[in-house]
Write a protein that binds this ligand. Structure first.
Ligand code: UD1
Length: 366
């Protein structure tokens, strides 16, 4: 019997998590994987271009929910995905990834329809319930049948919350599968040359967390920090739509655009972005995934957050949590090569999709 498997893709960070799994499952004769794009991210450079880079087909189902408040987004996703499950195709297994609104929304739909649901990247906790993602992680893990984790700290978090051992399976970090799958293209891309940047002589910046970019005072201080540090090293800043909107609203857009050593660009898709990251001297970010990718690539990462749900990138990797006022001193340290070399955490090896495929085969067919 062909097992129907749904993979939920919603926002940019999800796409590199579903791609390796979609490719691995597509090769099996016992299952039929389908991609459900909820439409949480809809701009071409936040979605379609990344699908193309990751060699994903057009989504099998598109829910087109778009933006909105958290409740609007979750509500619209739940209604639209429930309609798919009830009236178009009921899956034998749903796989949700990461921690975005659509992750929690689709997990709830499946759990209430008694559809088996697995969470890939389960167990991560920042301990900070002011982050919408932390709420999504807690809700999703509470109701999923299988919790596929990337690291031992995630297993521990789930045990501490009382999840039964039988649900927790360490599979590794699937993001590294995407990187390995596309490493040839990433090297060939040579994005730094396109932006006239020399290897290891520039930094890459991304900022989009509401806690950093929605508050005008913090946004101003972060932009001042970037301007100051761009005098020491050229910075290329891929501006997320939320950040761009806030820079415009706070009259910072023109100021930020006219700086010699600070290059503002639109968000770029996966291959050019990873091409920029792999040759960078340092990264300044508040992203989750980039903390992991820099640890994997042994590149110094300054994370502008008070906490991280990915502590292994700090304890074993190249990541450091910094406050805006600590940015400059840490950039100086990196420029003096006074930085730790990280090690790759166990099972961040490019084989996570294979391990999960075996687990699903056992689950559905044995
Ligand atoms: C979402 C996720 C966050 C993830 C991030 C990656 C939640 C709660 N947040 O945050 O975990 O790290 O994606 O980018 O699920 N917009 C566009 N075009 C797009 C997408 C968004 O213009 O393609 C605009 C929206 O209309 C909105 C703003 O950007 O004004 C923020 O988008 P939204 O999807 O609400 O949240 P993100 O900040 O992207």
């Amino acid at each position: 019997m062909t097992q129907k498997i749904h993979l939920i893709a919603a926002a940019r960070p999800n796409f590199m998590k579903i791609a390796p799994l979609y490719h691995a499952l597509s090769k099996q004769d016992w299952c039929e994987p389908s991609i459900i794009h909820t439409g949480q991210h809809y701009d071409a450079n936040m979605s379609d271009d990344i699908f193309a880079d990751l060699m994903l087909p057009d989504p099998h189902f598109h829910l087109s929910v778009g933006g909105g408040t958290h409740a609007e987004q979750v509500g619209k996703v739940m209604m639209a995905y429930e309609n798919i499950c009830l009236n178009i195709q009921r899956p034998d297994l749903l796989i949700v990834v990461g921690d975005v609104n659509s992750t929690a929304a689709c997990a709830q739909v499946a759990a209430k329809l008694h559809i088996t649901v697995a969470h890939l990247e389960a167990g991560l906790r920042s301990g900070d319930r002011l982050m919408p993602e932390e709420i999504n992680r807690l809700v999703t893990d509470a109701i999923c049948d299988y919790l596929w984790t990337p690291s031992p700290d995630a297993d521990e978090n789930l045990r501490r919350e009382g999840h039964p051992e039988s649900r927790i399976i360490r599979v590794g970090n699937i993001m590294m599968d995407s990187f390995e799958l596309l490493s040839g293209k990433i090297i060939a891309e040579d994005a730094p040359t396109k932006y006239k940047l020399d290897e290891k002589s520039y930094g890459v910046v991304t900022l989009h967390r509401p806690s950093n970019v929605d508050n005008p005072k913090i946004l101003h201080s972060l932009m001042d920090g970037l301007i100051e540090n761009s005098k020491k090293i050229k910075l290329i800043f891929a501006v997320h739509p939320r950040t761009r909107n806030n820079l415009i609203k706070n009259n910072l857009w023109d100021k930020m655009q006219n700086l010699e050593n600070l290059i503002l660009i639109e968000p770029v898709s996966y291959v050019p972005f990873m091409s920029l990251v792999r040759s960078a001297k340092l990264i300044i970010t508040d992203s989750g995934g980039i903390q992991e990718e820099t640890t994997y690539l042994d590149i110094p990462c300054l994370t502008l957050r008070d906490n991280t749900e990915r502590p292994i990138t700090v304890t074993e990797g190249t990541n450091k949590l910094v406050k805006p006022e600590e940015l400059s001193i840490n950039v100086d340290k990196i420029l003096k090569n006074d930085w730790v070399h990280g090690k790759k955490p166990e099972n961040w090896d490019g084989h996570t999709a294979e391990r999960i495929t075996k687990i699903i085969d056992n689950l559905l067919n044995k």
